[in-house]
Design a protein around this ligand. Structure first.
Ligand code: UDP
Length: 333
């Protein structure tokens, strides 16, 4: 049975891909989004959008009643590591305090299933790489800590109330819907692949490489890039797992288990575009780890998840196609 799902942050980058994945698979889906960084154009035309904040208890109660919500996928939040270092209290408000309000509303209304967008940033600088879920969680930036605190609230809440949850710890999410229906649309991008495709399309002069003295093979930061549509598919499967075992909660890494350096990512963009990006070597960025690569054995063993786009060039190709499409959308106003 396909339960009614409320997607918070559904007009945003990852949230909108989850909305399309649910929609394509026939789940009733509605969205709450304050449109601070999201866009209506990212959503299916027939998807109910509640414009507002997840800390608005009255709005949530109305949505739960109107939609018969049985599961929440919680994407709404702030996601930029260096910004979290500069403005920590904004991150604890948006990611921790507001998540607390949403969880309380879910408990109050008896919503039984909760899927949470967590992050590899909970691991800080892992001692062992690839990093598994039971590795020490010692975030090195407020972003990671704000997400870890929400994981802790969910764990305690699931012990005390009839709610089960799945915390998905994302590694570096990139790419766009292969059908071109949504993608990363936020202005002022800070994420590497987004910046690189903007530069490839002439929207930037060059790409800065933040740090060339990391403890990695070529000295630049290594990350595990996962295609956003594979990630969205994992959410739908996680929801099925929660519904099938209502007293079991899950915490799982979401990555392919393969790391690429900043230089390797820029080389992939050069391959896909058949051009050469201008690179500028810069100092390290605050809050960055050397290397973050997932041990993904748990998700592979727990969910029937088969990644379809685990290829850096495919990820870059889809990101580039969306970046072009975004130019048309913006031109059309
Ligand atoms: N990075 C870079 N130049 C950029 C943006 C990012 O060198 O313009 C590096 C960053 O230092 C990190 C990796 O690329 O090693 C991924 O950073 P991103 O911001 O995409 O994601 P994060 O891992 O911080 O969530």
């Amino acid at each position: 049975t396909k339960l009614p799902v409320l997607v918070t942050g559904g007009a945003g980058y990852i949230g909108s891909h989850a909305v399309w994945a649910l929609h394509d698979a026939g789940w009733p889906v509605s969205v709450i989004d304050n449109l601070s960084t999201g866009f209506k154009f990212a959503l299916p035309a027939d998807c109910p959008l509640y414009e507002g904040d997840i800390e608005d208890a009255a709005l949530l109660a109305r949505i739960f009643a109107e939609q018969g919500t049985c599961a929440i996928m919680h994407f709404a939040g702030s996601i930029i590591v260096p910004e979290s270092v500069a403005r920590p209290l904004d991150y604890y408000l948006n990611n921790t305090v507001k998540s607390r309000a949403l969880i309380a509303a879910a408990v109050g209304a008896g919503v039984p299933h909760f899927i949470f967008s967590s992050t590899a940033a909970v691991y800080g600088t892992p001692e062992v790489s690839p990093v598994a879920e039971d590795a020490p969680q010692r975030p090195i930036n407020p972003y990671g800590m704000s997400k870890l605190m929400t994981e802790a609230m969910l764990a305690d809440t699931a012990r005390a109330h009839p709610l089960n949850y799945c915390a998905l710890r994302y590694f570096n999410v990139a790419g766009a819907d292969p059908q071109g229906r949504t993608g990363q649309s936020t202005a002022g991008a800070t994420h590497l692949i987004k910046i690189a495709v903007e530069a490839a399309l002439g929207k930037r002069e060059q790409v800065g490489i933040y740090g060339t003295d990391y403890a990695t093979p070529d000295g630049t930061g290594v990350r595990d890039y996962i295609h956003v549509s594979d990630l969205a598919a994992a959410h739908v499967l996680a929801l099925e797992a929660l519904a099938a075992a209502p007293t079991t909660s899950l915490t799982m890494n979401c990555g392919y288990g393969q790391g690429y350096s900043v230089r390797e990512v820029l080389d992939a963009v050069d391959r896909v575009t058949n051009r050469k990006l201008v690179r500028q070597e810069l100092p390290r960025r605050p809050g960055d780890a050397d290397s973050l690569v997932s041990d993904n054995r748990r998700i592979m063993a727990t969910l029937p998840w088969t990644p379809r786009y685990a290829d850096l060039d495919v990820i870059v190709g889809h990101a580039l196609a969306w970046e072009r499409r975004l130019e048309d959308i913006r031109a059309a106003g």
